[in-house]
Write a protein that binds this ligand. Structure first.
Ligand SMILES: [Zn+2]
Length: 283
């Protein structure tokens, strides 16, 4: 499932193909994904100049000259393919249409953006750019973890008087937007905090240390995604999924990588999701 760094990588991959360009044609191949597509979506996209691509949490926002923005959520299995336009050093031919190509956007510059989503948990919507933040998917989100509004004061205040495990708190999108299961596991490992530890039992200075760690973990993954954009693995034009080395995620039973730690990575299920951590060095 794509998390913030993967979505940011998709945004960066789409930008050169779309930004400043004009949408020549939009083909919508079914009435819905997770929800119905907005009314007359193809008509509202066609002929529009793309002013810019932004990301909010795990959503991509494509701002159009019409004053509307196209919101894209990749969901569980959504993939974006770029063809007909240079991606790094490669120029990809348009692929043969595949079964789950639900939306195909052709740019006047020859680039084609294809959204493929077998499980259809993804979503697209159109909204006025001015009021994009009021969209039901966006209006309850907390601050961006890489933005200025996310800082120690905010996190300490947001966690004050909470009793939930820290893992659940960091997954709460109202506290900080865009963190998912994988990167929360990695953050807590680096912080040396057990995912099971209750927020009320963590001192304010220790909570403050989470802020730079969250930024670092996400930024390193975004950087890895950036390298993948230039890498041969992207030779099929698919954006967003890249090889990344995780310290704890999906490493149950493997030795801990903390120097001098003899522990092994354990897995515990919290709120239906697996937490991976080292019981020796995460307290
Ligand atoms: Zn350890």
């Amino acid at each position: 499932m794509p998390e913030l760094p993967e979505v940011e990588t998709v945004r960066r991959g789409l930008s050169p193909a779309m930004e400043g360009g004009v949408i020549a044609r939009a083909q919508i191949n079914r009435p819905d994904l997770r929800w119905p597509f907005p009314e007359n979506m193809a008509g509202r996209l066609t002929g529009q100049k793309v002013l810019g691509l932004r990301r909010r949490s795990k959503y991509i926002l494509i701002d159009l000259a019409s004053g509307e923005s196209l919101l894209i959520h990749l969901g569980m299995s959504g993939r974006m393919l770029v063809s007909g336009d240079p991606l790094g050093q490669f120029v990809h031919d348009h692929p043969a249409p595949e079964k789950h190509d639900h939306v195909v956007i052709d740019m006047e510059n020859g680039a084609r953006v294809t959204f493929n989503d077998p499980r259809r948990f993804g979503a697209m919507d159109l909204m006025p750019t001015k009021t994009a933040e009021d969209h039901p998917l966006l209006n309850k989100l907390g601050p961006e973890p890489l933005g200025n509004q996310f800082n120690a004061d905010h996190l300490i205040a947001a966690l004050k008087s909470r009793t939930m495990p820290v893992k659940s708190a960091l997954l709460d999108q109202r506290i900080v937007a865009g963190l998912g299961n994988i990167y929360v596991c990695e953050v807590l490992f680096r912080a040396g905090i057990s995912p099971k530890r209750r927020v009320s039992k963590i001192s304010a200075p220790r909570i403050a240390t989470l802020v730079p760690i969250i930024r670092d973990v996400l930024q390193e993954a975004i950087d890895a995604g950036g390298s993948s954009l230039r890498d041969f693995r992207q030779a099929d034009g698919e954006l967003g999924y890249f090889q990344h080395r995780f310290d704890v995620y999906d490493r149950e039973g493997d030795p801990c990588r903390t120097p001098d730690c003899t522990g092994h990575i354990a897995r515990v299920v919290q709120s239906g999701r697996s937490s991976f951590y080292c019981p020796s060095c995460q307290r």
